[in-house]
Design a protein around this ligand. Structure first.
Ligand code: NAG
Ligand code: NAG
Ligand code: NAG
Ligand code: NAG
Ligand code: NAG
Ligand code: NAG
Ligand code: NAG
Length: 449
């Protein structure tokens, strides 16, 4: 007999003012043990202090709870988790209060309608690299793939500071060192997710990017804690915190990220995005792009406000990276160039840096080391209305006394770029310098050389 592990409980007796099933005591139904936990209840999450200017809806109460208890002893909980979401969509709360869950099957949770997820334990994805490469969810953009994907309308995912997704990445870091063309899964994808909040989670040891937001809108991320690296000589590469792609009205705030690639990255067609209150350690900065990677494809990144970021031990703070107008190869698994598009209305405001190579890096020669060649084939992707302001701190010694670089591939494809109140110094104490090429210097209150 197969244990279902999923229990549906009607909450009709609760008073109408209770929006969600907070404080319900739950006993383990599989092992008939004592109480294993108490439901948490959906937190109220609002963008603050900056907003995108667009609305986020207020959700109603959920009418029932689906408890999914862990099978234990290393058994795979995937089927029960999928069943829990099926039973609780629409209008329910999936509550996972056990300590340890195992997921060994790709979970497609893109059918959600008015659903809450109360995760209080740890989900560990199996490290069967053959299974995952064959069965992970595939996205054409940059050959990306994911273990699990969430989609639907009016969805609240909350970890209450305890809920953890663990990508068990070591096997992937070691395999990638042998073969850079393996498909390393992203820890969690939001694919076609609208009107949602994601809060209070710990994300650990992702094989690749931690999160991708794709074809989605109206999502607030709050209080996310990202960490995890390699214990072998093979580094955990490309572990971006967030990548947004073809998505609108996204807020990412109040989070702590220790990773090895972009802290946050705005990929093609990310619009109306606010990022605020982040602490990033070890990253490649908050990045627009890379863009223009795909030949003749139009990429737009517009109306982005990045505010109040503490950036530490990083290659960059504020970064805009665009491929040149000619094909180039950054690495064996990343090539591109020749795309069209626009970067418009981007603000970086209030940044504190410590041990960061470049405070500002703007390039239209991404992936192309030969600047002569890059200038011969200027980017066909225009960068305009960009402000860098209120930045302070000490850079790293890597390029001392240079603390930034702004390289446009032609004066005709960069307009209205401003930098002011920038107080970033190199560790030597020398006068900081910036490399500025093909860019109007009239609004750059930095020491261009
Ligand atoms: C996708 O993978 C193929 C081979 O697996 C590789 O040739 C190609 O460059 C990759 N594309 C991107 C955009 O990374
Ligand atoms: C795979 O994961 C299991 C359980 O987490 C662990 O014991 C094992 O060492 C891992 N294998 C590899 C190759 O990393
Ligand atoms: C900046 O973000 C930090 C971390 O979230 C927060 O504690 C602080 O209050 C924020 N400061 C401002 C000026 O918004
Ligand atoms: C910078 O990196 C060092 C070495 O890993 C670490 O000890 C330190 O905490 C990091 N600093 C910050 C502010 O994250
Ligand atoms: C981005 O949006 C534009 C329309 O604004 C569209 O033409 C283009 O194909 C989109 N690009 C991608 C990568 O989806
Ligand atoms: C620029 O983007 C900000 C959000 O970052 C938005 O508030 C503002 O309205 C935009 N400006 C224009 C002219 O669209
Ligand atoms: C860089 O590109 C220029 C122009 O195409 C070419 O003449 C030169 O040989 C290239 N340099 C290198 C080092 O490849």
């Amino acid at each position: 007999m197969r244990l279902s592990g999923v229990i549906i409980a009607a909450l009709a007796a609760l008073p109408a003012v209770v929006e969600c099933a907070a404080g319900r005591v739950h006993k383990d139904t599989i092992h008939h043990s004592s109480i294993i936990g108490t439901t948490a209840g959906r937190p109220t999450i609002l963008p603050s202090p900056k907003t995108t200017g667009k609305q986020f809806i207020k959700s109603g109460r959920r009418t029932h709870t689906c408890f999914v208890d862990a099978l234990g002893n290393g058994q795979d909980d995937s089927d029960n988790i999928l069943q829990g979401f099926k039973d609780c969509s629409p209008d329910g709360t999936v509550a996972m209060l056990s300590q340890e869950y195992i997921v060994g099957k790709a979970l497609d949770l893109t059918f959600l309608e008015r659903v809450d997820w109360d995760l209080q334990g740890r989900i560990t994805f199996t490290n069967d690299t053959d299974y995952w490469q064959a069965n992970s969810f595939k996205y054409t953009f940059q050959n990306s793939s994911a273990f699990i994907q969430f989609g639907g309308y009016d969805v609240h995912l909350f970890g209450s500071g305890k809920g953890t997704l663990d990508g068990n990445g070591q096997a992937w870091y070691d395999l990638y060192a042998k073969d850079p063309l393996i498909l390393r899964p992203i820890l969690i994808a939001y694919n076609g997710l609208h009107q949602a909040t994601v809060s209070g989670f710990k994300f650990r040891y992702s094989p690749q990017w931690y999160q991708i937001v794709i074809d989605s809108s109206d999502i607030i991320f709050d209080n996310i804690d990202i960490a995890g690296g390699s214990v072998s000589k093979n580094p955990a590469k490309n572990t971006d915190g967030w990548d947004t792609y073809r998505s609108d009205n996204i807020v990412i705030q109040n989070s702590h990220i220790v990773n090895g690639d972009d802290c946050v990255s705005f990929k093609p067609n990310s619009t109306n995005v606010v990022v605020q209150g982040l602490f990033c350690d070890g990253s490649h900065g908050i990045s627009v792009g890379s863009l223009g990677q795909y030949y003749l494809v139009y990429d737009l990144v517009e109306n982005v406000y990045v505010y109040n970021i503490s950036m530490n031990n990083a290659s960059d703070m504020a970064r805009i990276k665009v491929w040149p107008g000619v094909q180039s190869a950054l690495s064996v698994d990343l090539q591109g160039g020749g795309g069209l598009g626009l970067v418009n209305n981007i603000t970086y405001d209030t940044m504190n840096i410590k041990n960061v190579d470049y405070a500002i890096e703007l390039t239209q020669c991404y992936g192309q080391n030969n600047l002569t060649l890059c200038n011969e084939y200027p980017s066909t992707l225009v960068i305009q209305d960009v402000v860098f302001k209120n930045m302070a701190g000490v850079a790293s010694k890597k390029y001392d006394p240079k603390v930034g670089t702004l390289i446009c591939s032609s004066p005709t494809v960069c307009h209205n770029i401003a930098a002011y109140n920038i107080n970033v110094v190199p560790p030597s104490g020398k006068t900081p310098t910036y490399a500025c090429t093909n860019i109007d210097r009239s609004q750059l209150q930095i020491n261009c050389v």
